[in-house]
Design a protein around this ligand. Sequence first.
Ligand code: ZN
Length: 160
Amino acid sequence: MGVRVEWMDAKYTSVALEVEGAAWHGETEPGEEVDEEDAIPGEVGIVFGADEAVVLSGDAERVRALLARALRQVDEFEQDKRRALADEPCPARPEGGEHDWSLHEDGYGRTWATVVEGDKITAYFQGSEDWSEDGDGDLHLFCGGCMARRDVNEDSIEYL
Ligand SMILES: [Zn+2]
């Protein structure tokens, strides 16, 4: 798989997210050729440390902080991919049709029946009372077919 792993103490490490084909050392220039065995083989790689991929050792607090940061980076990567997908034809529709958007609120898990016409979004509340304590109220359009995400201007939403 071309993954090199070395051991070093966590107190010298940093975290970087690198994409497929970039080198494990995390300092690849755009367009630079990387030997296969040195390249990230999957979609993304998390590089701990400046020179090599490493397996962490060290005190729990530092390791936990690094892993939390890595997970945030992966989440941001996924969200960016879902935003980019919003501008493409929906891969879940035959012959690349439009996304099946519904308005969705993070944390609460609330969705509305949704009609999107250009910039205008009309959301029909369907009586769900599915509240949660940790909802962050982040509203966006979500395609259940392909997971695409489109950020919305809350002023453009009319609730009926
Ligand atoms: Zn879609």
